[in-house]
Design a protein around this ligand. Structure first.
Ligand SMILES: [Zn+2]
Length: 239
């Protein structure tokens, strides 16, 4: 049987002298592995459309286990991302996190769309040489991805005592799944001080589409703060 998938290529693994296994995220089945036989031969036609960070239609002949690639049609190459080292660096970080969290072959159209939308806004910003937006979109992508996976961070009330959050001094606890108030923070061994601006950013992210986040401006302090918070949340969930 031959199957067609709408896919985004995440990664490739060399498996032999001429073959490769591609890790792709598909609209139809989530994360799947696709084996491309002879793809490393000099005249192989498949390789160009199977570069990492490429959207394509991929045809797989499937028996048991992983399928063999029989054809690929390129849809979007995201050339602006690939030409901008800063954009590329952010996208690689995002895909690394994506790979850590998305380990199952499981259909999740919302997450496929989120990944596609993220790459589209990054590509657009790279075209416009709007480097300041790369961090905003990448952080937005990570928090929205966690939300899709059922780890929506609590940012409206204290995630330990459910009390009202007062601006000025708050903390993030990955284990509690969100912001905690200073009183609860005293009882928590693992926590990160979080700026008011960073809390507000997560609130906006969770209520808006990724393409609408471009207008947000963050101070460097909050940006660095959010990177640590996102890393901590991912680390806790992926373990
Ligand atoms: Zn509390």
């Amino acid at each position: 049987m031959e199957y067609k998938y709408n896919a985004i290529v995440l990664n490739k693994i060399d498996t032999g002298e001429t073959d490769r296994v591609y890790v792709v995220y598909t609209r139809e089945a989530g994360r799947i592995l696709a084996r491309a036989i002879g793809v490393k031969k000099p005249n192989a036609k498949l390789a160009g459309n199977l570069e990492s960070i490429t959207q394509c239609e991929i045809f797989l002949a499937k028996g048991k286990g992983r399928g063999n690639v029989t054809g690929v049609i390129g849809v979007e190459n995201f050339l602006a991302i690939k030409a901008n080292i800063f954009a590329l660096e952010k996208v690689f970080t995002a895909l690394k996190i994506f790979n850590r969290l998305m380990t199952q072959e499981e259909k999740d159209e919302k997450t496929f769309q989120l990944l596609l939308d993220y790459l589209l806004v990054m590509d657009k910003s790279a075209k416009e040489e709007n480097d300041l937006k790369f961090d905003i979109y990448t952080l937005g992508f990570i928090f929205k991805l966690l939300q899709n996976l059922g780890y929506k961070q609590e940012v409206k009330k204290c995630s330990a005592c459910a009390g009202k959050l007062v601006s000025g001094e708050n903390y993030f606890s990955a284990q509690r799944g969100g912001i905690i108030c200073p009183a609860c923070a005293k009882l928590e061994t693992r926590k990160i001080r979080i700026t008011d601006e960073a809390v507000k950013f997560i609130r906006i992210v969770l209520e808006n589409k990724i393409e609408n986040l471009g207008k947000i401006k963050l101070e460097k302090k909050s940006l660095d703060n959010l990177k640590v918070v996102a890393q901590e949340a991912v680390r806790w969930i992926a373990n």
